[in-house]
Design a protein around this ligand. Structure first.
Ligand code: SF4
Length: 211
């Protein structure tokens, strides 16, 4: 878990009642770090309060920022396809991110993803903690290195430890795998196909735990 820093903390914006609607509404006004100035809106987690599995990515992307919904861009489409192939009903899941605002830098007319720094991750962490506390998922799956290191410690290596279940106080089972966007960035079709198969295989391990 990230340590608190001298920067602000999302906790300062918490509602009195910790329910998903109240948290989502409060997070919309969060200014605990500077990312609110750059993103269009806060992209809070989405899914059922009774979700068995919670998926945690790094931060919203361009389309998530514009729509206000997590996992709706091209990576979200690939994620949905892989879930279906692994036999996991997305309605039983909750999807969210470590950081709730899109961090980007301009490149021509495009907004290019920029990795959030440790202070931003730390400032935003209370929102994720609150989502976990309310949903109480049986399994948490970190997608990509930022989410994995936030949830499982800075020494965690997705390349070496993906697809394994780890003991954690966060949930009965915690696992990490790649972020679907990394599959889309594969250098060629064959690598992309192989990476997608490995991703589905990791999700199948999860399916065995939750079904
Ligand atoms: S990124 Fe998180 S902590 Fe920073 S302003 Fe947005 S919601 Fe608040």
């Amino acid at each position: 878990m990230p340590r608190k820093t001298s920067q602000g903390s999302a906790e300062e914006f918490f509602p009195d009642k910790l329910s998903l609607p109240a948290l989502r509404s409060a997070a919309a006004d969060c200014k605990a770090c500077d990312l609110w100035k750059r993103g269009t809106q806060t992209v809070f987690g989405e899914g059922t309060r009774r979700a068995i599995a919670m998926f945690v990515g790094e931060q919203p992307g361009n389309e998530e920022d514009l729509t206000g919904k997590p996992f709706v861009g091209p990576a979200g489409g690939l994620f949905n396809k892989a879930l279906e192939e692994a036999g996991i009903d997305r309605r039983q899941t909750f999807v969210t991110n470590v950081v709730k605002h899109f961090k980007w830098e301009p490149r021509g007319k495009r907004r290019i993803h920029k990795k959030p720094n440790a202070q931003e991750i730390s400032a935003c962490h209370p929102w994720l903690e609150a989502e976990i506390a309310v949903v109480k998922p049986k399994v948490i799956v970190a997608l990509g290195a930022t989410a994995a290191q936030t949830l499982l410690g800075p020494k965690f290596r997705v390349t070496k430890q993906r697809g394994e279940f780890f003991e954690s106080t966060l949930a009965p089972y915690v696992m990490a795998t790649v972020h679907p966007s990394s599959i889309l960035r594969a250098p060629d079709d064959e690598t992309r196909r192989l990476e997608y198969r490995r991703f589905v295989d990791d999700l199948k391990k999860l399916a065995r735990v939750i079904t």
